[in-house]
Write a protein that binds this ligand. Sequence first.
Ligand SMILES: Cc1cc2nc3c(=O)[nH]c(=O)nc-3n(C[C@H](O)[C@H](O)[C@H](O)COP(=O)(O)OP(=O)(O)OC[C@H]3O[C@@H](n4cnc5c(N)ncnc54)[C@H](O)[C@@H]3O)c2cc1C
Length: 390
Amino acid sequence: MMRPCLGLEGVADTVWDVIILGAGPAGTIAAHQLATSGARTLLVDKRLFPRGKVCGACLNASALGVLKSVGLDGHLCELGGIRLDGLELRFAGRSARLNLPGGIALSRERLDVALVDLAVASGAVFLPQTAGLVGPIQADARRVALVQVDRAVAARARVVLVATGLGQVRFEGESPVKSRSTARSRIGAGCLVDNFPDVYHQGTVFMTVGRNGYVGLVRVEDGQLNVAAAFNKYHVKESGSPGAAANRILLEAGLAPVPALDNAAWQGTASLTRQTRPIAGERFFVLGDAAGYIEPFTGEGMAWAMASGQAIAPLVWRGIKCWEPSLSRTWVLLHRRLVTRRQYLCRALATLLHHPGLAHAAFELVARVPGVARLIIEQVNASAALPQTS
Ligand SMILES: Cc1cc2nc3c(=O)[nH]c(=O)nc-3n(C[C@H](O)[C@H](O)[C@H](O)COP(=O)(O)OP(=O)(O)OC[C@H]3O[C@@H](n4cnc5c(N)ncnc54)[C@H](O)[C@@H]3O)c2cc1C
């Protein structure tokens, strides 16, 4: 279990340069960047770490590029990360195997602890099991309510970063930031299991597509199988449990079911496809999944989140020195170039997967013309170039 660097009372008396809500890939990379350059940085997360998180657990080449730039890439294999070389797509009993240009599978339990350690080693103060609510402006700073089970304090920061993942951005009182999901949005679910058929071999990501969603399976450290799914909203209810829902999709796609899924400890998510507006305002920025998300079929979410965590740092510094309204507009434009445009492909695939006929045609194309799949994979793995911000 990770221990807090300071107690709740210890963090209340300081005006922090930046308070970061959420210690996923977006929040921790931002905390590392800012603390490294000397900002007094408080990173809080409502969960106790290590913690599980619904995720396919695959770091693509773009995500590995960010991790390399912060010196973490070599550490991933020491943590038990497994190199990936192939993607096996399954649909209606047919399969297609595609080569991957690198990638590592590592559980979010391990990865996110390593990211928090990185932020703390850079000088950030970490406070787990503490939910943050963004408060009003108070004398050149924004108030943040920090809430633990039985206590709450108020802290202040020159800038607040909201990296709280999927769901509503929480403010004290009515939130000026709204996160809306689409009516057809799927929901996410995931778990880790120890017992599974040998067919799920190491080094390959298995992606199965069915009428009611898709399931991704990959071997991670310690011989475990990470399972992550995007289900149509009523599929779990109709199937009786997430395990039964996942096994129905595996069977329909022609892959071996995993009996251990029936009794696994599943976690769920809010609706996956969502838009957040606005993603910045006076002395706050929203980033990572909290700033908007598309269904995870291409498995790029961590790369987008980490690239955002890096890109926001220069803007936060400018806001710490002197807040100007133009900073909000700059983040909107930067985010559009860095993330929103890259989500177009993901959005197109998500739309296609909602239509069985189109999905079938696309699968045939990918199976018969490997060049098409190669192009998509190259696009997904291309590193997110950081635009200039100053
Ligand atoms: C089914 C599925 C499969 C996926 N597969 C992949 C994949 O294979 N590869 C990939 O790159 N991406 C994948 N993703 C996407 C990836 O998981 C996310 O994009 C990524 O985790 C986003 O990082 P983040 O830092 O924005 O948010 P998160 O990782 O969600 O972190 C947010 C953190 O904020 C904390 N928090 C929430 N509210 C508060 C609060 N009020 N105060 C303090 N803390 C708070 C949470 O506890 C959490 O720790 C997948 C997603 C799903 C749903």
